[in-house]
Design a protein around this ligand. Structure first.
Ligand code: SIN
Length: 521
């Protein structure tokens, strides 16, 4: 099948865009893994939307701007909060089951929101329910095809226009090009670059890496959000303990049993995520450990199990009964505010290439995303991108080819992730960032006869990590999620977005490439 439109990624943004595009031509949605392996499907927390009786779109806008710490694009924020209610209404019409109090929608509270405005589904499986609803809708539309276990390796480009992508098919281990009139990257996040992350295995920054190699502009990559409360059990994955737990009254205590947030913010446990995450690191360090405790034991046990069934069961499987035991927690990489630079409609600096969801940087989140704004982002900006892409419905696909020679990293994946965690996570400074860049620079590029999906992912992670570190080094201030120990203040001259774009593109030549440089725009 040669589709008219190629949508890469089957999370909320990709599926929503495909549904929007489906009346303009044949749409192929490609997922790297199974359909359930997207960050959307793992999202526990909820979707923020200003539709309760005591809420206003203007308040949602204010909270989003405040969390973004001076760097949100106000037009993108307006689009999000104003179009959010319509997007949720559509989802309700398609059958999404949000939790209710009687017949009315139930609204929860999360950090830095001035109102209860978070919708949840099945307690703590909101993303899964939204993805299920969108998938069911997409599957009912004959012009949408969905293919799983197919990983993008590079974009097909000619003269600054994108004409498709090359994919690695896991079953046959072969590379196959797919051409299309326009392409959407909805590949999600990059949390797996860091040793500790709440993200699923698929979140390896693929969209950002392929866009970089194709010559697209990227923006704000230094802004990586670290969720304050991931379960800290040695050897176990950093399972997310949703902010909604604190929204329902959970306390943070250090290992001496003291509540400590009052020393860091008048908003206590519901302060913005960057503030809570750094407070946890400081308390853990002050008490000589690597974690603090999330304590729900003052809440009714039955309530906890009913309101957070998946979290309760998962903690139980690790021997922690949240009704009686405080859970050890630590921050973990959670969400990328930066990504492929785009306008509201998802348009990138390359013709016919669009982006939506976490892979995009519209500027909507600024330096720090407000909790539960990302599922809404996927819905709103997925729709806008799908609608904008229709303009290419009648053009001939660009032929082109990937511009890159295929080489791979010689590092172990865990070595790279540990390097990222130790040198480029919550607390950064020049020496650590330079150490990281030197270590990446010393990693030779290797050819492989039989590369695996893991090799392609590592290639992307290494590329994106270098760009994050270069952007973090260039931003000599602390703002939102980006904290520099050597520049602890916010500085007005940095109230701009960072941008990286590849200087030279090689067509299989041996000429060394200029290192990426960061500008502020
Ligand atoms: C959470 O439930 O704490 C995560 C939700 C989000 O990141 O928006």
């Amino acid at each position: 099948m040669t589709p008219d439109f190629l949508v890469i990624g089957a999370g909320v943004a990709g599926l929503q865009a495909a549904i929007e595009l489906s009346d303009a031509g044949e749409v192929l949605v490609v997922a790297k893994d199974s359909l359930w392996e997207s960050s959307s499907a793992y999202a526990q927390g909820g979707v923020a939307v200003a539709i309760s009786d005591d809420d206003e779109v203007a308040l949602h806008e204010q909270d989003t701007l405040a969390a973004g710490d001076g760097l949100c694009d106000p037009v993108a924020v307006q689009a999000l909060v104003q179009q959010g209610p319509g997007a949720i209404q559509r989802l309700l019409e398609w059958g999404v089951e949000f939790d209710r109090d009687g017949i009315r929608l139930a609204f929860g509270r999360e950090g830095a929101h001035s109102r209860n405005r978070i919708l949840h589904a099945h307690g703590d499986s909101t993303g899964r329910e939204m993805a299920r609803t969108l998938y069911q809708k997409a599957a009912s539309i004959p012009s949408i095809q969905i293919r799983s276990f197919t990983a993008i390796t590079d974009l097909i480009v000619e003269d600054g226009a994108v004409g498709g992508a090359v994919f690695f098919d896991e079953a046959s281990a072969r590379l196959t090009p797919i051409h299309a009139r326009a392409v959407l990257l909805a590949t999600g996040g990059m949390g797996r670059i860091f040793r500790d992350t709440t993200n699923p295995d698929v979140a390896t920054g693929d969209g950002v890496a392929v866009a970089w190699r194709a010559g697209a502009e990227l923006s704000d990559l230094e802004f990586v959000q670290f969720h304050p409360t991931a379960l800290m059990i040695p050897g176990a994955p950093r399972f997310l303990l949703s902010e909604a737990l604190r929204g329902e009254g959970a306390y943070l205590r250090n290992i001496r049993g003291e509540r400590f947030m009052e020393r860091y913010s008048p908003m206590l446990e519901l302060a913005p995520r960057d503030v809570v995450a750094r407070a946890i690191v400081a308390e853990a360090e002050a008490t000589g450990t690597d974690h603090v405790l999330l304590d729900l034991t003052h809440l009714e046990g039955k309530f906890i199990a009913a309101r957070f069934p998946m979290i309760y069961a998962t903690c139980k499987s690790f021997g922690i009964d949240l009704a009686t035991d405080p859970a050890p927690v630590t921050p973990a990489a959670h969400y990328a505010m930066g990504g492929v630079r785009s306008g509201l409609s998802g348009m990138t600096s390359l013709q016919r290439l669009y982006v939506a969801g976490e892979a995009a940087c519209t500027g909507v989140h600024g330096a720090n995303r407000l909790a539960s704004n990302s599922l809404l982002e996927g819905l709103v900006f997925g729709t806008l991108a799908g609608s904008a892409m229709k303009r290419w419905a009648r053009v001939t696909p660009v032929k082109g080819e990937p511009l890159e020679e295929l080489t791979f990293s010689g590092m172990e994946t865990m070595a790279l992730r540990t390097l990222a965690w130790e040198n480029c996570s919550l607390l950064r400074d020049r020496p650590r960032l330079e150490t990281l860049l030197a270590r990446l620079g010393a990693d030779p590029s290797l050819k492989k006869t039989h590369p695996t999906r893991g090799d392609f992912e590592l290639r992307n992670m290494k590329m994106v990590l270098e760009l994050i570190a270069r952007s973090a080094l260039a931003r000599e201030e602390s703002r939102g999620a980006h904290h520099r120990l050597d520049f602890p203040e916010k500085r007005d001259e940095f109230r701009r977005h960072s941008m990286v774009v590849r200087q030279t593109r090689r067509r299989r030549t041996q000429i060394p490439e200029a290192p990426p440089t960061v500008q502020f725009v």
